[in-house]
Ligand binder design. Structure first.
Ligand code: 5GP
Ligand code: MN
Length: 342
């Protein structure tokens, strides 16, 4: 755990401040939950806080309290720039390096004259003035709860804050099943329910709001699944053409990689998704046990993340990307075998 400069930050925040809170590109449940929760908390503390995210986030997160007050840097560029310019400090949530906001927003943040605060749980964080980094914590949303606790402000958590934090913790822990889910996580979740998070409604809003096309796209993904038993590995592909056929919307492929990991005997899973707009293959990796997909993705795919969930990209064609991926596996066979637990 790294906790850097928090006493100084506390004094800085004693007077009302103009604050911007930033999440990573392609925001997920934890990015949206943690940024919005922190915004609501700061607003209660008489600050003025604005959430700015780089680009669109999935429909199944638009119901989050405060979602309508956020700015999208790509789409609401002048409002976003104005908010950043007016701010006295920027909080960076749920990412560990400035490039994770995408190149346009990165350029703006690199010119920012004031200080950054990072609250994040990813491996190998960049260093900024104020840091709260802990790679053992399941979600940035849990860290925001603990940040509020460090400020002795748990009594300020209302139903909106509790709902945002619950959503972030739930989505980043795969509904409380990953190893990073601890008894502390469950105690925090219990407190959030006591403070007004409606757990059934949140699960329903996030997981039971599929379109028919999304399920058909999932069907396509599952029929593309390939299994490599000798490496305890399985992978899924989705081409641009397939995405188009099922009217792909942002967020439709979220969680699909977990189906590959749900196979008995599989501890390493990948999904390769063609993105013809960016001319890349976006890759998500997942693992069980000690096999670090963060390291694998850093080594070969310009990416990173956590030990058991990481992402990266390939600039080759789908076919070349798959051929390369399969050709890498023999080098990792021993690590994969050692990581396999019955
Ligand atoms: P997902 O596969 O769900 O997009 O991401 C899994 C984890 O890896 C998330 O924590 C995400 O922030 C991180 N991640 C995803 N893509 C990238 C990437 O291209 N670079 C880095 N450094 N991290 C990524
Ligand atoms: Mn996260």
């Amino acid at each position: 755990m790294i906790l850097e400069g928090f006493e100084a930050l506390k004094s800085f925040l004693e007077e009302p401040k103009n604050i911007v809170i930033v999440g990573h590109r392609n925001p997920d449940g934890d990015a949206m939950g943690s940024t919005l929760a922190l915004k609501h908390y700061f607003d209660k503390k008489e600050h003025k806080a604005t959430v700015v995210v780089p680009n669109e986030y999935p429909d199944f997160l638009h119901w989050l309290p405060g979602s309508d007050t956020t700015y999208r840097f790509d789409w609401q560029n002048s409002q976003s720039q104005r908010a950043i310019k007016a701010s006295e400090i920027i909080f960076l949530l749920d990412f560990n390096a400035l490039h994770r906001v995408g190149s346009d927003m990165q350029k703006t943040l690199e010119k920012y004259p004031n200080d950054f605060v990072m609250i994040d749980h990813h491996q190998q964080p960049d260093v900024v003035k104020y840091m709260y980094s802990d790679v053992t914590i399941c979600s940035t949303s849990q860290m925001v709860y603990q940040f509020i606790e460090m400020n002795n402000d748990l009594h300020l958590i209302d139903a909106d804050i509790a709902t945002c934090l619950y959503t972030g913790i739930m989505t980043d822990t795969g509904s409380f099943r990953f190893r990073s889910t601890t008894s502390t996580t469950h105690r925090i979740i219990a407190d959030l329910i006591d403070k007004g998070a409606k757990n059934d409604k949140i699960h329903n809003n996030v997981y039971d709001s599929n379109s028919h096309n999304r399920l058909l796209l999932l069907g396509q993904a599952l029929s593309n699944l390939q299994i490599l038993p000798s490496y305890n590995t399985a992978y899924i592909t989705l081409s641009s053409e397939e995405k188009k056929r099922f009217d792909f919307q942002k967020g439709d492929t979220e969680g699909v990689v977990n189906y590959a990991l749900s196979l008995k005997g599989i501890i390493f899973a990948a999904i390769f998704i063609e993105d013809s707009e960016q001319s890349i293959i976006k890759i998500s990796f997942r693992s069980k046990g000690g096999f670090s997909v963060n390291q694998f993705s850093r080594n070969h795919y310009n990416g990173g993340g956590h030990n058991n969930a990481a992402g990266g990209k390939s600039y080759r064609s789908m076919q070349e990307t798959i051929t390369e991926f399969v050709s890498l596996l023999p080098k990792y066979q021993k690590a994969l075998e050692e990581s396999y637990e019955d």
